[in-house]
Design a protein around this ligand. Structure first.
Ligand code: IMP
Ligand code: MG
Length: 177
């Protein structure tokens, strides 16, 4: 099946959005240390660019979750498949995600991470699809709000593919005639 791609957010726009979030975090946590906690695998490109826009004493950690469902829809059940390796108690933790969609993943991670008693827990999402929300959550830092369209690139995948595209593209399957 052929896949159609249309650029929605260019690499230049992404860089501007990431820089803006980096400045906000730098300002809000001035004089403090932060842990950038990336949600594998989608957030790894965003985290690596964001980290270079944050002028603070920062460390990295990673967490991985799986949500069962089809290639385009998560099914509502989130499972932890890799935990952090550093203690979060009394630390400033910035959870870094590629996209906030239904909010199920963030709701799951928020509960898990709050139990570790961080000093602050903030949530940075490069993309936000507010119209898809099933849980009443929002991100503290958002790069771009997007409509209800499935996107790939800059870390985001379709069945593990297209994460390495430099632009964020709207993806659709060309079902033919
Ligand atoms: P949520 O739990 O529904 O908020 O979804 C979060 C996760 O769903 C993200 O971390 C992505 O892995 C995936 N996801 C949601 N929307 C898209 C999309 O448009 N493209 C690729 N992955 C997506
Ligand atoms: Mg994914």
């Amino acid at each position: 099946m052929a896949h159609n791609m249309n650029v929605l957010i260019t690499r230049e726009q992404i860089a501007d959005g990431v820089a803006r979030i980096g400045q906000e975090i730098t300002r809000e946590f001035a004089g403090e240390t932060v842990i950038l906690l990336g949600v594998l695998k989608g957030a790894c490109l965003f985290l690596s660019d964001l980290a270079r826009q944050i002028e603070l004493d920062a460390t990295f950690d990673f967490i991985a979750v799986r949500s069962y469902g089809t290639k385009k829809e998560s099914a509502g059940e989130v499972q932890l498949i890799k935990d952090v390796t550093t203690p979060l108690e009394d630390k400033n933790v910035i959870l870094v995600e590629d996209i906030l969609d239904t909010g199920l993943t963030f709701t799951f991670l928020k509960k898990l991470l709050q139990a570790r008693k961080p000093r602050a827990l903030k949530f940075a999402a490069l993309l936000d699809k507010p119209s898809r929300r099933l849980m009443p959550v929002q991100a503290d830092y958002v790069g771009f709000q997007i409509p209800d369209q499935f996107v790939v690139g800059y870390g985001l995948d379709y069945a593990e593919r297209y994460r390495n595209l430099p632009d964020i593209c709207v993806f659709s399957e060309d079902k033919g005639k």
